[in-house]
Design a protein around this ligand. Sequence first.
Ligand SMILES: N[C@@H](Cc1c[nH]cn1)C(=O)NCC(=O)O
Length: 426
Amino acid sequence: MAGIDRGHAMWLVLACGFLFVNFFRNSTAVLAGDLAAVFDATAAELGLLHSSFFYIYAAAQLPAGLVADRYGPRRVVAGGLVGMAVGVAVFAASGSLAVGFLGRALAGLGGSVIYVAVLRFCANWFASDEFATMTGFTIAAAGMGGILATTPLAIASDAAGWRPVMFGSAAAMGVVAVGVYAAVRDRPDDARVEAAADGSQSLGDVIAGARRVLSDLETWLMGIMLFLVIGLNFTVVGLWGVPYMVHVHDVSVATAATTVLAANVGFALGSPVLGALSDRLGRRTEVILASCLVFLASYAVVFLTVAPPLVVVGAVLFVAMFVTGGTAVSYTVAKERHLDDSGAATGTVNGLGYLGAAVFPAVMGLVLDAYWTGEVIDGARAYTPAGYRVAFGVVTLGGVVAVGCALALHVRERRRTNAEAAAGAD
Ligand SMILES: N[C@@H](Cc1c[nH]cn1)C(=O)NCC(=O)O
């Protein structure tokens, strides 16, 4: 490819693979009507079908990182895509909820290895002052997959039926898997990177690396921060943001959904913009801390006012999702702290983030159900304004804890770099 170097060209092929992960995991929203009819499934069963992907995905992140460190991104991404393609094909052919569930679980397992393996590729191929930028672009590629899973998927499944569309996407995943295997190399020939995964690490090395990652306090500070920021944000934006706007602001579901879509665009933009800013300034924990402070301030506005003008709600959701992209600089910190075990490090913090996305819907659901009005809007329960205030209060409290984690991370990292600088000067 003219104008783009070998590393970036290979990254593009890998990013196509990662795009499919987010496309498939978000597809249940658009296909909900078809799936409910075919499987004769209740809303709760469909919810379980949807969230099963996230549970498996979150649980598999640390093992995925270990596998990426041991076998290298080329084999891991190609294998993950093949697993995902088989799972999606099983899902497309399924005649019962149980088989559909099995297909989705298999797809979740295959897809779970792809993100951390792509980050491992970035660690191997790109200079350290480019890693946060490439992480951001990788997350943005997933954002494009999420967008494809909305109106384009609805149009395609209306025209051709959901099963052919799913079979087609499974075939496309297979093609990209072959492309990854054929085109991607685990590391450059020259040794311009500090560490590279290509299968040369023994199992013992990998397990020792996982121990180092898990016994590092910074891993847990970043993991808890992501657990809160990702978990709470995805719950608001993906679950009760729409009924909140419809009920409290008396707007149509379409208007509320457009606001949520704008928030998702904020996430896709925030990751590369704040990642690039971090690389350009050479600041990591400062970007993470500032992102958490803005997250806290944004949701505090809604908590304090409960029903600010809709434009303010839209701005809050956009900004909160934009800065969620800034917290993705954590993967750079994790990788820089654990150069030889960056798969394990990024996998662990990503897994904790997705654990938040998996558990907060249920936890917040329990809190909010005490304030249920008896209405269901766009598949989600509607709550009283007092209930929404409590919910935004929980999100704001989560923001306070996230800021605490980010501050502790910042102070500890600054102490460490100061100590290293002093040791270097001696
Ligand atoms: N975990 C998110 C990205 C993110 C944003 N802020 C912190 N992390 C993500 O998209 N991960 C990739 C994945 O699908 O696993």
